[in-house]
Design a protein around this ligand. Structure first.
Ligand SMILES: *[C@@H]1O[C@H](CO)[C@@H](O)[C@H](O)[C@H]1NC(C)=O
Ligand SMILES: *[C@@H]1O[C@H](CO)[C@@H](O)[C@H](O)[C@H]1NC(C)=O
Ligand SMILES: *[C@@H]1O[C@H](CO)[C@@H](O)[C@H](O)[C@H]1NC(C)=O
Ligand SMILES: *[C@@H]1O[C@H](CO)[C@@H](O)[C@H](O)[C@H]1NC(C)=O
Ligand SMILES: *[C@@H]1O[C@H](CO)[C@@H](O)[C@H](O)[C@H]1NC(C)=O
Length: 318
């Protein structure tokens, strides 16, 4: 009894020590900027290609959430960062909406707008047409507008909520280290098509897994074999996992890092790749044999995170 309690205390002490150590570094991801005044990290997505729902989802994939200002101080600090780094962006979608009840605006985490920064532009919100989402201008004014409009947006992560995966040297706790291969992997069991899977791994600062040798292939097969079988039996391509190779441009099979898949790197399954021209994306059966699939096929997928990705990138230039 005593030793169990002691062990528990030691574990708690060790874990909190690790996370405090990381918090002292004030680091979340290298694409996020820390603002001292608000104790939080921010990333401006400057392109206008995402609507409100897509922006919310992208921030979540990055381990953060769609920004709204808690108070005037935060609005000022964030707009000042925005003004100095991306002055060409006129407005951003923010994490406020009245999707549930017309006229009752709330934050994406369920607070009423009266509890947070709510400096509406004069005459707004006016629900002109169907305006259930909110954008903010560079002078800090809020305006209601349609959720379908594409806009820039900002993702936010508070220092308080940063956790650290020290084995994988990243904040995402879902990745586990394969010691022998010195890479971290995550098996995604929400089926997506190949392009969506690719983008999801990128948002997690990873890439679709690339098979470099038999040992890695065996490891990926072991990971996929451990994925929930009940889900595998659901209504999509059975037992298939998207991986990081393709022949999308008819240049031959290549990895997502652009290197050709030479013959000895092709562990194709029986009669794969099959000759159907539409099947230009790379995947693996859960048995560990490679297969080509239609890129629209929704399936599980595996992301990999290299431990020292900056070093590896440098090597590629030589
Ligand atoms: C409502 O606000 C929008 C801006 O979102 C503006 O273009 C429109 O003229 C306003 N409509 C009315 C009826 O005030
Ligand atoms: C940011 O720029 C806008 C537009 O020029 C200006 O109205 C606003 O006062 C600036 N805000 C801060 C905090 O720098
Ligand atoms: C890792 O490598 C060692 C030595 O080569 C081997 O004995 C061990 O089985 C490997 N572990 C895994 C999980 O493949
Ligand atoms: C951990 O990652 C950071 C950047 O993301 C990098 O600067 C650092 O060198 C990495 N540390 C190790 C031990 O790989
Ligand atoms: C990772 O990078 C850091 C700093 O660049 C270096 O000190 C360390 O030895 C590298 N680790 C591995 C496993 O390559």
């Amino acid at each position: 009894m005593f030793s169990k309690t002691l062990l528990l205390l030691l574990v708690v002490y060790f874990l909190s020590d690790v996370s405090h150590g990381q918090r002292d570094k004030k680091f979340f991801r290298d694409d996020y900027h820390y603002i001292e005044a608000t104790d939080s990290f921010y990333k401006i997505h400057g392109s206008k290609q995402n609507n409100w729902h897509q922006a919310k989802r992208l921030c979540a994939l990055e381990g953060a959430s769609l920004f709204y200002a808690e108070n005037e101080e935060e609005a000022k600090a964030v707009i000042s960062f925005w003004n100095t780094t991306q002055p060409q962006v006129p407005s951003i979608n923010v994490g406020l909406h009245d999707i549930e009840t017309e006229g009752i605006f709330e934050t994406i985490d369920g607070k009423l707008i009266s509890e947070v920064y709510n400096n509406w532009l004069q005459g707004e919100p006016n629900n002109s047409g169907d305006e259930d989402c909110v954008d903010m201008f560079r002078n800090g004014d809020l305006n209601d507008w349609p959720c379908t409009y594409g806009s820039a947006f900002i993702c936010k992560k508070s220092l308080q909520t940063v956790q650290w995966n020290s084995q994988c040297n990243m904040s995402n706790l879902d990745y586990t280290l394969a010691t022998n291969i010195s890479k971290c992997y995550k098996v995604h069991t929400t089926p997506l098509n190949w392009d969506e899977a690719y983008a999801t791994c990128r948002a997690e600062q990873s890439s679709l897994a690339i098979v470099n040798d038999q040992e890695e292939l065996d490891y990926l097969a072991k990971l996929s074999d451990a994925a929930p079988k009940r889900k595998i039996a659901a209504n999509y391509q059975k037992g298939i996992f998207h991986l990081g190779f393709h022949n999308k441009y008819d240049e031959g099979w290549q990895t997502v890092k652009g290197s050709p898949m030479t013959n000895d790197r092709l562990w194709w399954g029986n009669e794969q790749p099959d000759l159907d021209d539409g099947k230009k994306c790379g995947s693996m059966f859960y048995t560990g044999l490679l297969s080509n699939v239609n890129c629209d096929t929704k399936s599980f997928f595996i992301c990999e995170h290299e431990l020292n990705s900056s070093d590896e990138n440098e090597e590629e230039y030589y």
